[in-house]
Design a protein around this ligand. Structure first.
Ligand code: HMG
Length: 382
């Protein structure tokens, strides 16, 4: 029996801005954003969407009623959750009508949360092969207008169904991880936007990648030659490029792995940062766009969450993998988006302040964004 990712769904906002327009408005050479950062377009999240609705919309795109009845665990990885106490997973379970005979909870460790969820789901399904686990990775990345981080904003959600005998990626069950107390990016309780030392964080990310990649090789005896592709957590695509360059340059695998890396950045370059979902959007991009990956090929995944936690793990493309079935819905979603002018984006950005308090209610609509945020009541003392 194999265990791994059986389905992947993706959702993001129907609005985006062009990085050339942003560069022009900020008086920056567009090539800094396009080449130096490696981003082309950026999702803009309206006030009707939050981490819950993004995740519900992503999961809605993949789950059948049989899945909803069979799911016995819903794990929600996020660092832009909607409540300090109650798990976002409970809202999604309710909105989608997922079985109530399920464990539903939230995991937080910056961008790493969903990877912890996948590892937990893997162990659970190995022990209980009839189980299906829904792992959600959903976030909105905000750094503020006119900040150096603005070009690395974005948002969206990836929903993954972890089952026995998966049809997308069978996990190897081998991974290497490392954590250390580091102040590179964090968001204290009193703040709506993150505190970040972006250059330091990039250095730590590369260091954690090299460290976990070495641990993985020592543990498994595998080398770069055993991999058809490597996928990375991608806050912006240039960051992953720096990491892959650090280990493949000068090796016989460089041409092949760098070519596959290009496929793994295509969706991230036109959506932006998803925090917890970034690695999984990159995996989706690789699997959907690579013209040469085939069943049995091994893919390495590097997950990173500031603060900091790194993990390198691997899986092989499943026997019955259907590339077109994965790719079409994502391409359609991205093609249907509307471009915003920079003034319109700034207005939408300011209207969509993250929720800090109050009761939250959600609505189901007939639109492409099926699940929306209806309201945030004022604080209610009881
Ligand atoms: P910056 O200071 O504006 O940019 O910050 P820079 O001066 O470092 O330039 C960026 C690159 O553009 C450089 O290339 C320049 O040379 C190049 P590099 O040296 O890096 O190879 N460049 C040009 N290229 C072509 N033509 C030009 C040109 N001009 C310059 N004309 C930074 C960039 C990413 C630091 C900033 O946007 C930021 O702070 N972003 C937010 C934080 C972030 O995403 N950090 C990434 C690491 S944090 C992380 O991984 C954790 C995270 O995922 C969250 C979590 O774990 O929870 C974010």
């Amino acid at each position: 029996m194999t265990v791994g990712i059986d389905k992947i769904g993706f959702f993001t906002s129907p609005y985006y801005i062009d990085m050339v327009d942003l560069a022009t408005a900020r008086n920056v050479d567009p090539n800094k954003y396009l080449i130096g950062i490696g981003q082309k377009l950026q999702a803009v999240i309206p006030e009707t969407q939050d981490a819950v609705t993004l995740a519900a919309n992503a999961a809605d795109r993949i789950l059948t009623s049989a899945d909803k009845a069979d799911i016995d665990m819903v794990i929600f990885g996020t660092e832009t959750g909607v409540d300090n106490s109650k798990a976002a997973a409970i809202y999604v379970q309710d909105l989608l009508g997922i079985s109530k005979r399920a464990r539903a909870f939230e995991i937080k460790q910056a961008c790493y949360g969903a990877t912890a969820g996948i590892q937990m789901a893997y162990d659970h399904v190995l022990l209980h092969p009839e189980s299906k686990v829904l792992v959600l990775a959903s976030d909105i990345a905000r750094y503020g207008l006119n900040t150096p981080g603005e070009v690395t904003q974005g948002g969206g959600a990836v929903a993954m169904l972890i089952t026995a005998n998966p049809r997308i990626l069978a996990l190897d069950g081998q991974s290497a991880f490392y954590s250390e107390n580091i102040m590179d990016f964090w968001r204290p309780l009193y703040r709506k936007e993150a505190v970040v030392d972006g250059h330091y964080s990039t250095d730590v990310y590369i260091e954690f990648f090299k460290r976990t990649w070495k641990q993985y090789q020592d543990k498994t005896g595998r080398s770069l030659a055993d991999f058809s592709a490597l996928a990375f957590h991608l806050p912006f695509t240039k960051m992953g490029l720096k990491a892959i360059d650090a280990v493949v340059q000068g090796t016989a695998s460089a041409t092949k792995l760098l070519r596959q890396f290009d496929f793994s950045t295509q969706y991230n370059a036109v959506v932006g940062n998803l925090y917890t979902g970034s690695l999984y959007l990159s995996l989706l991009s690789l699997l959907s766009n690579s013209d040469s990956l085939k069943p049995g090929d091994r893919v390495g995944l590097f997950s990173y969450g500031s603060g900091a936690q790194g993990e390198f793990y691997s899986g092989t493309v499943a026997k019955n993998f259907d590339r077109q079935a994965l790719k079409k819905p994502v391409d359609n979603l991205l093609d249907d988006r509307h471009k915003l002018s920079i003034p319109k984006y700034e207005k939408m950005y300011q209207a969509a302040m993250p929720i800090t308090s109050g009761d939250i209610t959600y609505d189901v609509t007939a639109d492409q964004s099926r699940y929306v945020l209806r309201g945030r009541a004022a604080d209610r003392l009881v």
